[in-house]
Design a protein around this ligand. Structure first.
Ligand code: S3P
Length: 178
């Protein structure tokens, strides 16, 4: 059975969206679309430059357009979203509407280990990543929950095991489709 929905990965910085997304894209033989990459391509600037020049608000506007463009793609894709994309209600609606959304739920300390110090991510600049990620996790938990059709816990699991769990959730969804 063919399923035209996108497979969408959401979760905090350091949850493995890009690497897990790559694995899933390969297995599904779909393109991997990364909203951060769309933002950078459309504005011909890096994420860090956008935050510096336009602030987080300006970045979120560009991100909204990138999410809409990714969702509008007629080719079913795997979409890896920037960690804060779910904060915007219209993004959540669009992603849920056009895709099957999986939240890579990742404790802050695990995410911090993965991103490390000096990752170049503007929201982690000048702060201990673990502390900052813990604050963001608390503030964003509701948005992730509202966005997600399925939750996959990533702590203590390899990238391959997380990709397996995502694929299982996606397949289960496809099987229960009328
Ligand atoms: C952000 C996450 C980043 C990027 C930007 C803001 C966030 O993407 O979109 O720095 O608000 O959590 P990754 O989750 O891919 O690192």
């Amino acid at each position: 059975m063919s399923d035209e929905r996108h497979l969408v990965l959401v979760g905090p910085m350091g949850s493995g969206k890009s690497t897990v997304g790559e694995r899933c894209a390969r297995r599904l033989e779909r393109p991997l679309v990364d909203t951060d990459e769309i933002v950078e391509a459309q504005s011909a600037s890096t994420i860090a430059e956008i935050f510096r020049d336009l602030g987080e608000r300006g970045f979120r506007e560009l991100e909204r357009r990138a999410v809409a463009d990714a969702c509008a793609s007629p080719t079913p894709a795997v979409i890896a979203c920037g960690g804060g994309a779910v904060l915007d209600e219209s993004n959540r609606e669009e992603l849920r509407d056009r895709g099957f959304v999986v939240w890579l739920d990742t404790p802050a300390e695990v995410a911090a280990e993965r991103v490390g110090e000096g990752s170049g991510r503007p929201l982690l600049d000048g702060a201990a990543p673990g502390e900052r990620l813990a604050v963001l996790a608390e503030a964003r938990a509701r948005a992730y929950r509202d966005a997600a059709h399925a939750v996959v816990e990533t702590a203590g699991r390899s990238i391959e095991a997380v990709a397996d769990a995502v694929m299982d959730a996606f397949a289960a969804r496809r099987e229960t489709r009328a």
